[in-house]
Design a protein around this ligand. Structure first.
Ligand code: SF4
Length: 335
């Protein structure tokens, strides 16, 4: 505690509060310290992550979000993992912005399936004002259904975060993807700083931040740790941290990357939990391809949020049913 090294008796109230705030500030992590977590024996790492998890969360509760792609494909960016980039030849069919009624029907189905948050994703570099306006309406209406709202629309310009806040947006997703030193191997059409600037705009209007990255893109372990250090050392770490496992899609530059060892993925989840004790750590893309045993280890390591993908919206869907069955086997309840 800072009080033990700083004598606060002679300080006025304002100075005391500053010292107190510093003492309570989140712990800062170096990349080396995070690499050291990765290198712990597996049982020790899991014990540490589970201990932190229990100190901060209901250990058996998992938050469920549903993701709907409201505008698909045709994106001008060059993210090397993404089948929605116009420049790569993949099976993704381009789809213009969905109509309000279709989005609301999907949100209703998500709610019936137990989702508490509805995330709307659009494949844009950055929304134009004419794109944003219909999305603002979607946010208002989804919010009015009693769901939390989340959007991922690309980079935001000045004034756009304010409009999203006014519409009732609860979370904005914008990922850092990877460590700064590996970033140029993944994307060239926007910089790391561009991403941080959008995150600042979101923070400045007090929208919750959802920000994480993708693991298994050929990055090294120190680079995985480097991504976590970026997130954990933000002035306020993201409220929600999606950790995606690369889904390799034929036609994208990342197709054919060496597969990541599943235990390394679990270690990444555990290190995220330890370094961001109060954030929801989300198992996102790639989860459906993971064996149930690995998903269970991820929950044990501190993951406490999942996505039901857009194709999982209707009742009776086999994948949504499989998730419910896994929750039942593990005694997990949705938050
Ligand atoms: S900005 Fe988003 S939609 Fe566009 S290529 Fe990158 S990840 Fe895909």
């Amino acid at each position: 505690m800072l009080e033990s090294v700083i004598d606060i008796r002679g300080l006025d109230n304002a100075e005391r509060s500053k010292v107190q705030a510093r003492a309570e500030a989140p712990q800062r992590w170096t990349v080396d310290e995070i690499v050291a977590l990765f290198e712990l024996p597996f049982a020790d790492l899991m014990h540490q992550a589970q201990t932190v998890h229990r100190e901060n969360f209901d250990p058996n509760g998992v938050q469920v979000s549903t993701l709907l792609s409201i505008k698909t494909g045709g994106c001008s960016e060059d993210c090397g993992y993404c089948p929605q980039a116009a420049r790569y030849h993949t099976d993704v069919e381009k789809q213009d912005l969905m109509q309000l009624e279709e989005v609301l029907a999907a949100a209703r189905a998500a709610k019936e399936n137990g989702a508490s948050r509805f995330c709307m994703g659009a494949a844009w570099r950055s929304p134009k004002q004419r794109d944003l306006e219909p999305v603002l309406k979607m946010i208002q209406e989804v919010k009015a259904m009693g769901l939390e709202t989340c959007a991922t629309l690309g980079m935001l310009k000045d004034g756009q975060a304010e409009q999203l806040k006014d519409a009732g947006l609860d979370y904005y997703n914008h990922n850092l993807d990877t460590a700064p030193e590996y970033y140029g191997d993944v994307i060239t059409t926007r910089t790391y700083q561009d991403r941080l600037d959008t995150l600042d705009r979101v923070r400045n209007v007090d929208i919750n931040v959802c920000c994480g990255g993708i693991i298994g893109m050929g990055e090294s372990r120190p680079q995985r740790a480097g991504l976590l250090a970026q997130l954990a050392n933000m002035e306020r770490p993201p409220e929600s941290v999606p950790i995606n496992l690369l889904t390799q899609v034929e036609g994208t530059p990342m197709y054919g990357t060496d597969e990541l060892d599943p235990f390394e993925f679990v270690r990444t989840i555990a290190a995220a939990r330890i370094t961001m004790p109060q954030s929801f750590v989300r198992l996102s893309a790639g989860r459906q391809s993971m064996h149930e045993g690995i998903q269970a280890l991820c929950f044990l390591a501190g993951a406490n949020s999942i996505f039901y993908g857009e194709k999982l919206l209707t009742t009776g869907n086999p994948e949504a049913e499989a998730d419910k069955a896994l929750f039942g086997k593990l005694g997990i309840h949705p938050l």
